[in-house]
Design a protein around this ligand. Structure first.
Ligand SMILES: *Cc1c(COP(=O)(O)O)cnc(C)c1O
Length: 245
């Protein structure tokens, strides 16, 4: 067995254990393999092991490896996997993102939503999106403040952007926080989802993308439907060495 196959088996065991604790089934949870910084060959190896959804956090980086990945998938994989953007998107890269990704899980402003919608319309595409919600007080720029006027506007407008297909919410828990705080963050995302789903009946908010290598069992216990796993599958990442975004 390769290291990747062993890591995948270990992750699957941990997913199964969390599902048992939470009385959930494995089929309720989608495993996203976060392949940022890893080459197209690694993405292809993972796809050949049966992984069907990948996460990349930089438009530029995936643009550079997409064609090689497509080549390898055509050789190795029965069904082409999907690749979603999970990192912050700048509006000048919205058109490229709409072109190369199968979904954007890090939508964090109305402006970006409008740009993506226009780009997807030009491509004749309907792009699945998740709204990224900022729930920790950490000074990161990722996600939209759920209590902001901007969030309200985005939720209001999104159902009318015909080339975007809202599917749910995404969040990143505070890094290295104690378990109680991490759980509170996941619970909070679920509560916002319930509240918004009730208030915006035209929006589909089924997907809850939460949980990474360090905290995915907790996320599953708190209702995650998609977990995003990088390190636990591919090993420790080298520092990013590409162009700045
Ligand atoms: C890198 C990244 C992950 C994966 O993190 P790991 O700790 O390596 O599993 C998940 N989500 C987002 C948004 C990321 O940028």
């Amino acid at each position: 067995m390769t290291a990747l196959a062993e890591n995948l088996a270990r992750v699957e065991e941990a997913i199964a254990a969390a599902c048992r604790r939470a009385s959930r089934t494995r089929a309720e949870i989608e495993l996203m393999a976060v392949s940022k910084t890893y080459p197209a060959e690694t993405v292809a190896e993972a796809a050949a092991l049966g992984l069907t959804l990948f996460g990349e956090n930089r438009v530029q980086e995936f643009a550079g490896k997409a064609s090689r990945a497509e080549e390898l998938w055509a050789e190795l994989v029965v069904r082409r996997p999907r690749v979603h953007l999970i990192g912050h998107l700048q509006s000048n890269k919205a058109a490229k993102a709409a072109e190369i990704f199968d979904g954007v899980d890090s939508l964090d402003s109305l402006r970006i939503a409008e740009r993506l919608n226009e780009a997807a319309a030009r491509l004749g595409k309907r792009l699945p999106v998740l709204i990224e919600v900022k729930l920790s007080k950490e000074e990161t720029k990722a996600g939209i403040d759920p209590e902001s006027a901007e969030a309200a506007q985005l939720l209001e407008r999104l159902p009318d952007l015909d080339h975007l297909e809202a599917q749910g919410l995404m969040t990143i828990a505070p890094w290295g926080a104690p378990e109680a705080e991490t759980r509170a963050c996941f619970r909070s995302l679920r509560a916002w989802r319930d509240r918004w789903a009730q208030a915006h009946t035209r929006l589909n908010l089924v997907v809850l993308s939460m949980g990474m290598s360090g905290d995915f069992p907790l996320a599953i216990e708190e209702g995650a439907t998609r977990i995003r796993i990088g390190t636990a599958l591919f090993g420790k990442r080298a520092p990013y060495a590409g162009p700045p975004e």
